[in-house]
Design a binder for this molecule. Sequence first.
Ligand SMILES: Nc1nc2c(ncn2[C@@H]2O[C@H](COP(=O)(O)OP(=O)(O)OP(=O)(O)O)[C@@H](O)[C@H]2O)c(=O)[nH]1
Ligand SMILES: [Mg+2]
Length: 329
Amino acid sequence: MDGFVDETTIVVASGSGGDGAVSFRREKYVPRGGPDGGDGGRGGDVVFSVRANLRTLAYLKLRHRFLAEDGGGGSGQRKHGRDGRDVEVAVPPGTVLHDASTGGLIADLSRDGERFVCLRGGRGGKGNWHFRTPVNQAPRFAQKGVPGETRELRVEMQVIADAGLVGKPNAGKSTLLSVLTNARPKVADYPFTTRSPHLGLLRRGDRDVVLADIPGIIEGAASGRGLGLRFLRHVERCTVLLYLVDLGDEGAADTVRVLETELAAFSAELAARPRLIVGTKLDREGAPARLAGLIEAFSGDRVLGISAIAHEGLDELARAVIAITGGQA
Ligand SMILES: Nc1nc2c(ncn2[C@@H]2O[C@H](COP(=O)(O)OP(=O)(O)OP(=O)(O)O)[C@@H](O)[C@H]2O)c(=O)[nH]1
Ligand SMILES: [Mg+2]
């Protein structure tokens, strides 16, 4: 779909192999022991792993560099160096990796649980005991470990929103996005403050849910009033729609009907999508009574009351959104 592309650049590096050791056996009564230098450990790999609980690249933006561990050097008594630990880069399904300098495609990671070794760690060097020959019983050299590789990657993914916020202008959609997620959309007390869709990431434990805030919808939007309905395509793939209704206004129940009608004009399937009815601005005068009316009028729906400003009902709403969208994770 014509969604939102999340994009970032990261640097990944595999570990270098550890050097082989130069060492000679030292034992009592054996004045000149043979070579016993062990091999170096291998360097760690850079491994991408696809996790369906991730929905955006937010995690990669926090970290940016992913370096695997170097292998340890070998030592005497033919002791093998420790292998370097791999570094794992967790990405959401639908992640595409390109080489940042050449632009070449490296991988298209789509399946949950898929693992992709992007860079292999360097091999460890062989210790000097490998190099003993009839003519050289005491080699004073060992092999160096193979260096790791570093690569800059452009990481891209098409973000698909999980939950869409629909409501009339001024319903408090952008304010809700700003209190539930990392997004900071513009909020103002005039209609159509939001003119293009915004995404926010709601994070609870290891679950990510992408919320989409779109411009307000008014009666007649299907025939082009206000900003129309074309923005609804940004919420077409959402698992759930949140119908936001301002509890400070009379006619909250009618608002839900208007939203239903407009959505149905855009797509019957979208109008039938699972939904939560969210009464906003519960702190406003007369709001609790209107919320009670809404609960009664929509007894077949889950109806929640919130106040983004007083921070009421937000945890319950977040939990409900996570529970509904959980099916696809
Ligand atoms: N009292 C009160 N006011 C709120 C609350 N949430 C939002 N508002 C106010 O309502 C107005 C509209 O908020 P927005 O978040 O911009 O509304 P919107 O639905 O995004 O509006 P559009 O982008 O124009 O469609 C702003 O003045 C907010 O401060 C709330 O919980 N309580
Ligand atoms: Mg807005």
